[in-house]
Design a binder for this molecule. Structure first.
Ligand code: DGJ
Length: 722
């Protein structure tokens, strides 16, 4: 049994692969955290109780020398003398914001229940710990799911109004995780458009390190991920506790260390501009937090996230399905195309191995630039006479399937939709709205608006042979206001936007199970686990420059598997960086994910076409490893001149090792040391025509024979010889 309750000492033992999570119900009835780390025995851990003296500390009711601030809570509440971040703040009818959540019972169930209206992981054994405030009857159910196949615990909280009165939540986080009194650094993934998920370390001093989004999206600025890592943690050494939220709207994640040295990670829905009204009998479900543990460095933590997302989050129909190799016209044409151009582009790649043509922005309404037509999901006949059919037929004739771009959450002021329904756009009546990318956003908190989106997008999908959809989202919410919500409920907007988004995803994405959906958000501005539940892959960044991509893809791989990263080869000089990397380097870096090409194919020379054909043959030979393998990162491009990803089959029978050198003049003779191979197995290395043991390869290393240029790549293949 992976979850065990000892009735005598009221200890709960939660056991995921290789890890234990232990807490107890203490004498007062509070859930008291005891341990999270490598697997230990089911022993009595009362001895861990912290003792501290001092009359200035608040004492627990009925206890002497037992202070709130000395015990480690599973949920932290306000007004008790524990001044760490409360997990929940509830406004009671008499105006106070206090609650003391006592244990009233628990259930251990075999199958993890889904979160209502939100994406969540599947899973097995789950503990539901029922807590309630004696005075107000406000309750919280703490959910914990364990996984036999990953060192991961998934947590969330359901807040319940069991009282006879209305209650208001000012804060409703998903979890609080006490950390031992150790020195940690905090790792986050920060960035901006075209520079997503850059690794950033901050020392956890006394105080709070907090990251958040107030944008109603998880954002390119700070991914909903935080990790506490011991000083000096590397890919292979050091303790790491990583948390990733399954949420796509405004969130917050915090790491705290109090004056006594005790630490805590917590977070969930951002409590900035948040309030949630709970009538008697109502509940609020907070999004899930996926918590991974590793005492073997960041690499092990990343592999834990990758495994649990592939096995328990991403649509099982697509998670291991061969990914389409696409040609997308966006960087090649932007809005300047017509049917003939698209047909010519499709003809130009016939026979190269590309299997899906994706027609990007500009096919609908009267869209010639970004000033118009979002929301008008009907074909722009001036550009595409006769509709999409002639283009789709030509794509089919050239041996490819057809994909189409949408931006379902948006509305342009210059659109038929806006002229008919200006109220559909988010905004406060009488106040001029902010534009961003010259567009507004649709108010997904309103059912009528959601129905319009679902019906108009589904109509295009039903009327045309579409195999693939790219779902874009190019701006953040401003003018937060919903016409549907009463004035006192306007602070529910950000979370209701998320619920609205998940509703339309459910109805469009899950309603069209035969269509492959790719997520996108002006590049990678909404790359989060909740989106992965709907979109098995996400456009990683609008920056397709191979050099910049080494850092973007390395940072993204901290949480997200390679199969989820959409990565394309584009033209040079690169549109974003103006840098020119060789075709080989562009291919090698773009092949570290779900690959494709993004350029004007009618301009390709015969030589370039031949190179693409060869690249695709090579990619297809190892693309199964992109879907399911273990990633071993070697050189870190945030720290030096090199980048290295060894992608190793689960059974260690083969691997592909991609190496990259930024500047030619630094360390020209540089060996690399692949990780993750089986030391006992023998591997054939075609690049050297030699067979060596995994031990020799990993310890003695190999020299990549880089071309004599900057931004150079080299790939080794390791194939087991029996
Ligand atoms: C932003 C996306 O990231 C691009 O790939 C492209 O689809 C444009 N939007 C189209 O407007």
């Amino acid at each position: 049994m992976a979850i065990y309750f000892n009735e005598e000492n009221r200890h709960f033992y939660l056991e995921s692969k290789d890890v234990s999570y232990v807490f107890r119900i203490n004498r007062i009835g509070f859930a008291e955290h005891l341990y999270f780390g490598n697997r230990i025995g089911r022993e009595n851990m009362e001895y861990m109780q912290s003792i501290g003296a001092g009359s200035t500390y608040a004492q627990m009711p009925g206890e002497r020398n037992q202070c709130y601030s000395f015990y480690n809570p599973e949920i932290c509440f306000y007004g008790t003398g524990d001044y760490r971040e409360p997990t929940v703040m509830v406004k009671n009818p008499q105006g106070d914001r206090l609650c003391r959540l006592h244990y009233i019972g628990h259930d251990i169930i075999d199958t993890k229940p889904r979160v209502k209206g939100m994406p969540s992981l599947s899973g097995g054994q789950t503990l539901i710990l029922h807590l309630e405030d004696e005075l107000t009857r406000f309750g919280a159910d703490l959910y914990y799911t364990v996984y036999e196949d990953a060192p991961v615990i998934v947590r969330r909280i359901v807040y319940k109004n069991n009282s006879q009165n209305d209650l208001i939540l000012d804060r409703a986080y998903s979890f609080a995780l006490s950390l031992p009194n150790k020195d940690y650094d905090i790792l986050t993934l920060c960035g901006s458009w075209a520079n997503e998920r850059q690794m950033q370390y901050t020392k956890l001093n006394r105080g709070v390190v907090s990251i958040d989004s107030k944008r109603c999206t998880s954002s390119a600025v700070l991914n909903p991920f935080i990790a506490a890592v011991s000083h000096g943690t590397t890919e292979e050494q050091g303790e790491v506790i990583g948390v990733n939220l399954v949420y796509s709207s405004s969130y917050i994640l915090k790491a705290e260390r109090n004056p006594d040295g005790k630490g805590m990670l917590c977070g969930g829905i951002n409590d900035f501009d948040f309030e949630w009204h709970l009538a008697p009998g109502e509940e609020l479900e907070a999004p899930e937090a996926v918590i991974a543990y590793s005492d073997k460095g960041l690499g092990e933590m990343s592999r834990a996230f990758h495994d649990v997302y592939r096995d328990h989050l991403i649509n099982p129909r697509y998670v291991n399905a061969k990914r389409p190799i696409v040609i997308n016209n966006w960087e090649g044409t932007a809005f300047n195309f017509d049917s003939q151009k698209i047909i010519d582009m499709a003809k130009a790649v016939k026979g190269l191995g590309i299997d899906t043509f994706v027609l990007d922005d500009g096919w609908f309404g009267r869209r010639d630039d970004d000033t118009s037509s979002l929301g008008d999901w009907f074909v722009y006949e001036d550009k595409l006479p006769g509709g999409l059919k002639p283009v789709i037929d030509a794509v089919h004739e050239n041996g490819m399937r057809f994909g189409l771009w949408f931006e379902p959450e948006m509305i342009s002021e210059d659109s038929e939709l806006y002229r008919a329904h200006p109220d559909y756009a988010i905004g406060v009546p009488g106040r001029v709205r902010c534009t961003s990318r010259r567009q507004y956003m649709l108010d997904l908190t309103r059912k009528e608006v959601r129905d319009y989106i679902v019906d108009s997008v589904n109509k295009v999908l039903e009327e045309n042979e579409i195999d693939y959809v790219k779902w874009d989202y190019n701006r953040n919410v401003t003018d937060n206001y919903s016409l549907e919500l009463a004035p006192e409920r306007q602070k529910e907007f950000a979370h209701r936007y998320a619920l609205g988004l998940y509703d339309i995803c459910e109805r469009i994405v899950n309603g069209n199970p035969d269509i492959f959906f790719e997520g996108c958000a002006g590049g990678g501005a909404r790359f989060d686990p909740a989106m992965l539940y709907y979109f098995p892959q996400i456009w990683t960044s609008d920056n397709t420059d191979a050099e910049d991509r080494t850092r973007i893809q390395y940072g993204t791989s901290i949480c997200y598997p390679l199969s989820t990263m959409s990565c394309h080869v584009s033209a040079i000089p690169n549109h974003q960086s103006r840098r020119s990397c060789s075709m080989r380097t562009r291919g090698d870096i773009a092949h570290l994910g779900a690959t494709g090409y993004e350029l004007d194919t009618t301009l390709l020379t015969d030589e370039e076409k031949e190179a693409i054909k060869e690249q695709i043959i090579a990619y297809k030979e190892f693309s199964h490893l992109i879907l399911s393998s273990d990633l071993y990162r070697t050189e870190n491009p945030f720290e030096g001149n090199f980048f290295g990803f060894n992608i190793v089959a689960k059974d260690k029978s083969e691997a592909v090792f991609t190496c990259y050198r930024r500047h030619k003049v630094e360390e020209q003779v540089k060996f690399v040391y692949p990780r993750g191979l089986d030391p006992e197995k023998k591997y054939y290395i075609p690049e050297r025509d030699v067979t060596l043991s995994g031990a020799t390869i990993m310890n003695a290393g190999l020299q990549p024979w880089y071309p004599h240029t900057d931004f150079a790549s080299y790939v080794f293949h390791f194939k087991e010889v029996k």
